[in-house]
Design a protein around this ligand. Structure first.
Ligand code: NAG
Ligand code: NAG
Ligand code: NAG
Ligand code: NAG
Ligand code: NAG
Ligand code: NAG
Ligand code: NAG
Ligand code: NAG
Ligand code: NAG
Ligand code: ZN
Ligand code: ZN
Length: 581
């Protein structure tokens, strides 16, 4: 067993082979994680440690990239991890990154394995990787609970779009069960006899979004709706992660930017960086990686598209985008939009093995940005891709982020994320009184069907823009496309899915209301079932027993990764009655 092999399958598998986050509790994501049927849990720590040492030696002995690549390709084919053609490509795609990391990483094989297999494997994490942000010496202002605005106050409509995963090579009628990470493509051949081919408007199987569906969506939105802004929270490219070049990623960025400009020429769009924006996927070297592997090729493309071409962002966002793919910019005088690059906490961004202390200085920058906003009495919306409480976000980054939200709870009035593709949320609590909710992370569900989902989007109603507006989210509607119906009738209809106040009986959409909703789902199974239906955007999704339900509810209460204390300690009775999977 070889660490390269592990890194490879995990990298490729980053999104594709993983069970949807909500089917398993966030508690121990890696333990339940099955790359194509291989269960990491069955990997012995000892084997892992030996393997990592071997690769380490191989590299110290000056093995060439080609030698390492050959080994990895052979293993990939031998173990039938993927089809032969995907093995050939995937290794080419990932080897430079893994090589670079292996050379630069200072963490020990033990630590690599505990990182891959969880703390139960060998030595817990490198104590050096526990790091703390520092806060300015300014006391936290008193917390004033939010209240609804006066009737008739002005409101804003904001479209939240995420995870488009546009596949330029989607082909209707092609093989949708190709056994590779992405199917329904023009080189997948015809479907097997008796098996339905890829649907015209998309497909529930391992397939991404055809161009004509994106155009249909943008036409529908621009004709029927008016928005004050669009929050676009990442993952534009498709899941063909074994065969993507830097040029491919830049072309997708530019093509989608052009489509958005065509349909929304006057609308302000605030983008953030997903884990799929780079090639290879998840590879976001921090500024300490220089030379050929540096990420400037991508960050330059962002500034070109977002600042120079589309004028969505002003010139002064350029330095931080170039530094780390993040920025802050004023939307209205009272509202700042902060867009984070969550790849700085992405567990599958292997570059962070070299040094995961506040990569690109992002969190320390966030603190100073929030402090300045607090001083000016501005409010802040935070946008990002991977939610901070997700098992995909590194523990100490996530824990530091949670502290930041605690300190600046009155300044941060909304958090908008993506990545899960399902619709979900994370309630964040007061660290000194863990039963007091103080903020919420919202994930509206993806545009892509990948996988077993209907396409969808969310329109949020916000308090603003007027003097003294809270900038809180007051309401939202979710819309879906019934894909079965679209394919049957050959006519896509974007249909109203639900409104949370009506569907979940919520009075407001403040943190306290979301916490109340989560608590009610513990005793109200029909309410939970409604939530779960919308989570999958109304597509069928099998059954969910009591421990599945507990796991899902636990993840709603866990806004901090690798930590189930907010659910378990807060409600011993409920979680005692069921086993968390
Ligand atoms: C590897 O290369 C370095 C620098 O070129 C050299 O000093 C070292 O002796 C080489 N090691 C082996 C095992 O060949
Ligand atoms: C890789 O991408 C190139 C360019 O799009 C294409 O010609 C080739 O068929 C792809 N190969 C595989 C194995 O997907
Ligand atoms: C970080 O903070 C925690 C608690 O405040 C403390 O126990 C720990 O020693 C700190 N770690 C570092 C590396 O400063
Ligand atoms: C890791 O990065 C941090 C922040 O940039 C820096 O202070 C620290 O010295 C680095 N650690 C190592 C081992 O290079
Ligand atoms: C903790 O928060 C809850 C919910 O807001 C509140 O009812 C309770 O009084 C708080 N406890 C303390 C000790 O402040
Ligand atoms: C906003 O309201 C504050 C006090 O409520 C007042 O001091 C300020 O002048 C107002 N600003 C504007 C632009 O109306
Ligand atoms: C949600 O839909 C209802 C019914 O069509 C409409 O009245 C309401 O304005 C919509 N709300 C938002 C935030 O779009
Ligand atoms: C989607 O459309 C199909 C076919 O028209 C229908 O059977 C199904 O009930 C619809 N699902 C939803 C959630 O509307
Ligand atoms: C995902 C999906 O619903 N695919 C269907 C789309 O419609 C065509 C034609 O009716 C079917 O063959 C697909 O199975
Ligand atoms: Zn995605
Ligand atoms: Zn993602």
């Amino acid at each position: 067993m070889d660490i390269l092999y592990l890194l490879l399958i995990i990298s490729v598998n980053s999104v594709v082979g993983k069970p949807l986050v909500f089917d398993t509790p966030v508690v121990q994501p890696l333990e339940t994680f099955k790359p194509w049927g291989l269960n990491l849990k069955s990997l012995d720590c000892f084997a892992c440690t030996v393997a990592v040492k071997e690769v380490d030696n191989l590299i110290k002995e000056n093995a060439t990239k080609e030698e390492v690549a050959k080994l990895a390709t052979d293993i990939c084919k031998l173990l039938k991890i993927e089809s032969d053609r995907v093995c050939d490509y995937v290794v080419k795609e990932f080897v430079p990154e893994i090589f670079g990391v292996a050379v630069g990483a200072v963490i020990t094989p033990d630590e690599v394995c505990s990182r891959l297999l969880g703390n139960s494997c060998g030595n817990p994490y490198d104590p050096g990787s526990v790091w703390n942000v520092t806060f300015p010496d300014v006391p936290k202002p008193p917390v004033i609970p939010p209240k609804p605005p006066k009737d008739g106050s002005p409101t804003l409509r904001i479209l939240h779009l995420t995870d488009l995963h546009y596949d330029r090579r989607y082909k209707a009628g092609s093989n949708a069960e190709c056994g590779e990470p992405l199917c329904c493509r023009d080189n997948d051949g015809p479907p097997a006899e008796g098996v339905a081919g890829a649907g015209l408007w998309g497909d529930y199987r391992y397939c991404d979004t055809p161009k004509w569906l994106i155009i249909n969506l943008l036409e529908h939105l621009s004709k029927n709706e008016k928005f004050d802004a669009i929050y676009l929270t990442g993952d534009l490219p498709a899941h063909n992660v074994w065969n993507q070049t830097r040029e491919d990623e830049i072309e997708i960025l530019n093509e989608i930017t052009a489509m958005l400009l065509k349909y929304f020429p006057k609308t302000r769009i605030f983008p953030s960086v997903g884990n799929h924006e780079s090639a290879p996927v998840n590879s976001f070297p921090p500024p300490y990686v220089t030379g050929k592997e540096a990420i400037s090729w991508l960050y330059d493309a962002f500034t070109k598209a977002w600042i120079d071409t589309a004028h969505w962002l002003p010139e002064d966002t350029r330095p931080t985008i170039k530094q780390g793919g993040y920025y802050a910019t004023e939307f209205y005088p009272g509202l700042l939009v902060v867009s984070l690059n969550m790849n700085m906490c992405n567990t599958e961004n292997w570059w962070l093995l070299i040094n995961e202390t506040d990569p690109a200085g992002e969190l320390q920058w966030l603190i100073s940005t929030l402090q300045q906003a607090e001083n000016k009495n501005q409010k802040v919306h935070i946008l990002g891709h991977i939610a901070p409480g997700s098992g995909d976000c590194l523990k100490w980054w996530s824990w530091n982020y949670y502290k930041i939200v605690n300190r600046y709870e009155s300044t941060i009035t909304g958090q908008y994320f993506g990545h899960t593709h399902i619709q979900s949320l994370e309630v964040m609590y007061d660290l000194t009184n863990t039963s007091r909710p103080l903020n919420v992370v919202h994930m509206p569900g993806s545009v892509t069907t990948y996988k077993h989902l209907n396409p969808g989007y969310r329109v949020c109603l916000m308090d603003g823009n007027y003097n003294g507006s809270s900038w809180m989210m007051l309401d939202y509607n979710n819309t879906i496309l019934n894909l079965t119906d679209a394919n049957l009738t050959n006519k896509p209809v974007w249909q109203f899915a639900y409104n949370p106040k009506v569907e979940y009986g919520m009075k407001n959409l403040f943190p306290e209301d979301w916490n109340d909703f989560v608590q009610r789902m513990k005793t109200d199974r029909p309410l939970f079932d409604k939530f779960r239906k919308h989570l999958y955007k109304s597509n069928e999704h099998g059954s969910c027993d009591e421990s599945c339900r507990a796991g899902m509810i636990c993840s709603l209460e866990s806004g901090r990764s690798n930590d189930d204390s907010f659910c378990k300690d807060a409600d011993v009775e409920f979680y005692k009655a069921v086993t968390l999977c």
